[in-house]
Ligand binder design. Structure first.
Ligand code: AP5
Ligand code: MG
Length: 216
């Protein structure tokens, strides 16, 4: 099964991808996570990507398409995958179609997570993740059970993303509306678009996504 989670920054793509992976055994492919790993490792791709990411712009199509083309060849993608943050432009969506067609595969569903712009800034500026296992948390919406200790791995070290400040979030939202929202009619036309209410609480969003997946 090949599923795309499509939504603005802070819509809950990463939060839900982790839950869906655990339940359905799909691999999460987050281009944002892959690019952050490249930035941290100071690879050639990471050095190019950092400036775009910190200014709220998209990294070039060529770079992200190359990353995904290599990644979907790996063994753990054979049973299907869940794309989080890719595609984000029409050129990326068309390139994905080509890559999949070459493998006799297709996108089974595109889940649009609809959230009001006003809530996204709060969600993103309150977000932090475990430095060890990357489990996501939020200052008010999703705290660890024991303050300062990751529920998943017990680590006491946490990170905040450098692009999670108000100014960059506003730029990321504008980028989403200009470059990524046009994917909604693109996938609607193909009959694979499913829209869910991303404003619901985290557990209810998971239920809505599982309902979509159970019908595929
Ligand atoms: P990326 O890492 O993909 O960032 P994004 O799309 O901006 O999305 P986020 O990760 O910020 O949000 P999310 O939807 O995962 O929300 P989360 O679950 O964490 O991309 C970063 C950058 O990399 C881009 O700006 C770009 O430069 C580059 N890039 C990446 N992919 C690219 C591509 N394909 N092409 C070109 N460039 C690319 O949730 C957010 C917070 O809200 C959390 O704290 C969470 O606890 C909370 N929350 C989640 N759900 C709920 C809920 N239902 N109710 C209340 N709170 C909630
Ligand atoms: Mg994310």
């Amino acid at each position: 099964m090949i599923v795309i989670l499509l939504g603005p920054p802070g819509a809950g793509k990463g939060t839900q991808a982790t839950r869906i992976m655990e339940k359905n055994g799909l691999v999460q492919l987050s281009t944002g996570d892959m690019l952050r790993a490249a930035v941290a490792a100071k690879t050639a791709v990471g050095i190019k990507a950092k400036e775009f990411m910190d200014s709220g712009k998209l990294v070039t199509d060529e770079i992200v398409i190359g990353i995904i083309a290599d990644r979907i060849e790996e063994d753990d993608c054979r049973q299907g995958f869940l794309l989080d943050g890719f595609p984000r432009t029409l050129a990326q969506a068309e390139a994905l179609d080509k890559l999949l067609t070459n493998k006799n595969l297709k996108v089974d569903a595109v889940i649009e997570m609809k959230v009001n712009d006003e809530s996204l800034v709060d969600r993103i500026t309150g977000r932090y993740t475990c430095a060890h296992c990357n489990m996501g948390y939020h200052d008010t919406n999703l705290k660890p059970q024991k303050a300062g200790v990751c529920d998943s791995c017990g680590s006491t070290n946490f990170n905040r993303r450098s692009d999670d400040n108000r100014k960059t979030v506003v730029a990321r939202l504008a980028t989403y509306h200009a470059q990524t929202a046009p994917l909604l009619p693109f996938y609607k036309e193909k009959g694979v678009l499913r829209t869910i209410d991303g404003m619901a609480n985290i557990d209810d969003v998971t239920i809505q996504i599982n309902n979509v997946l159970s019908k595929l």
